[in-house]
Write a protein that binds this ligand. Structure first.
Ligand code: PLP
Length: 377
């Protein structure tokens, strides 16, 4: 099998799984319990928080564990609206956010908020100037992702954070960094971002664990759920200790020779692009510079068929995001791609485990697909 869908999820390296197994079977205490097993679990959570925070260059207290990137996004958005409830109801975001941001924003629009969805250019890019031009007195939230999950475009998060500060905007700045963490520079504290979302399963960690960075200047952030006092009273629910341990172990492993891993991924991406563009009709979609995501299109060959056929040939890729299951991607629509290009678009994504053989297999499988299917007009 050739797995080229690391933006959907990643394999869990054995040391991560082993660490989780150890926690599940031996260090299974509840971090709130007061006897040694519980205290050990509380220490484990604190140590893991410190590991993830160090990778982000922020204080451990600024990081709250959640169940996934989707929860972090939903929470950040709802909390920001509550925080700015007396200042207004205007939100700025983009038309290419992941559904974990887009859907809560659409729900808020139905509840009376006004949302400006900035459109990307045809290459998938968003500029800081677009954000600043949309800014108003009553803007209470700006939500901008770090790396787009379909095109791999990197958005100017640091520049937006600086510009919002210079303009003395009262709006909170949230960034969905699920695809960016440990792939591109990501420094919420140094950049002055208010809220930033993360997910472990995009970097070799288990599914079902995420985190939200909360700027220490934000006092009394409203929790999304109500319950026990875990996570500084911000996120109730017994801490998922094994997942948390897996998250931290995955971060440690990724950080080993990270620069080398990233440049290998970028080199494989470049080689893959060059190779696939020799297939007649193949087009690149967007010019994402993230090292792990490459978006292409074979107009006339519907991406759902490409993905299924390649899957049968043992090559795993996806049609844009793994999350929209067959529906036309809002990202490609927002970029103004032609219907044919959008319909034939697919995403190839790389991880530290990806090899040249995987790229060779992808190339051969696409050639087979083209040879065995009649193109649609
Ligand atoms: N945000 C982005 C950009 C993503 O790519 C994803 C997952 O694909 C998410 C949020 C959701 O993360 P999770 O699967 O942890 O809920």
């Amino acid at each position: 099998m050739h797995y080229l869908d690391h933006a959907a999820t990643t394999p869990v390296p054995r040391p991560v799984a082993e660490r989780m197994c150890e926690v599940l079977t031996e260090q299974y205490g509840n971090p709130s319990s007061q006897y040694p097993l519980g205290l050990q679990a509380a220490r484990l959570v604190a140590d893991c928080r410190a590991v993830v925070a160090a990778a982000l260059g922020c204080k451990a207290e600024s990081l709250v564990f959640t169940s996934c990137g989707t929860e972090s996004d939903n929470w950040a958005i709802r909390a920001a609206l509550w925080h700015g409830r007396r200042a207004g109801k205007h939100i700025i975001s983009t038309a290419v956010e992941h559904s974990a941001v887009r859907e809560p924003l659409r729900a808020l629009a139905l509840e009376g908020c006004e949302v400006t969805f900035l459109k990307p250019d045809s290459r998938g890019r968003i500029t800081a100037r677009q954000v600043f031009d949309a800014l108003r007195e009553d803007t209470v939230l700006v939500s901008l992702m770090l790396v787009n999950n379909e095109t791999g475009c990197v958005f100017p998060v640091e520049e937006v954070a600086r510009g919002l500060r210079e303009r003395k905007s009262a709006a909170l700045f949230h960034c969905d960094a699920v695809q960016g963490f440990l792939k591109v520079p990501c420094a919420p504290a140094a950049w002055g971002v208010d809220l930033m979302s993360f997910s472990a399963h995009k970097l070799g960690g288990p599914k079902g664990i995420g985190a939200l960075y909360v700027n220490p200047s934000l006092k009394n952030l409203r929790p999304l759920m109500l319950g026990g006092g875990q996570e500084q009273g911000l996120r109730p629910g017994t801490e998922a200790t094994a997942q948390i341990a897996g998250f931290a172990r995955a971060v440690e492993l990724r950080q080993e020779n990270l620069a080398e891993k990233l440049s290998r991924m970028a080199a494989l991406k470049a080689c893959c692009l060059e190779r696939l563009l020799t297939i007649p009709g193949m087009e690149r979609v967007g010019d994402g510079e993230a090292p792990h995501i490459l978006c292409l299109s074979l107009p006339g060959y519907p991406s759902a068929n490409i993905v299924t056929d390649l899957g049968q040939q043992g090559v795993c890729i996806s049609a844009g995001s793994a999350c929209h299951k067959g529906k036309a991607s809002h990202v490609f629509t927002a970029m103004g791609l032609s219907k044919r290009t959008a319909a034939g678009a697919f995403r190839v994504s790389f991880g530290p485990e990806t090899t040249e053989e995987d790229v060779d297999a992808l190339y051969e499988a696409l050639k087979n697909h083209q040879a065995n299917r009649f193109p649609m007009l």
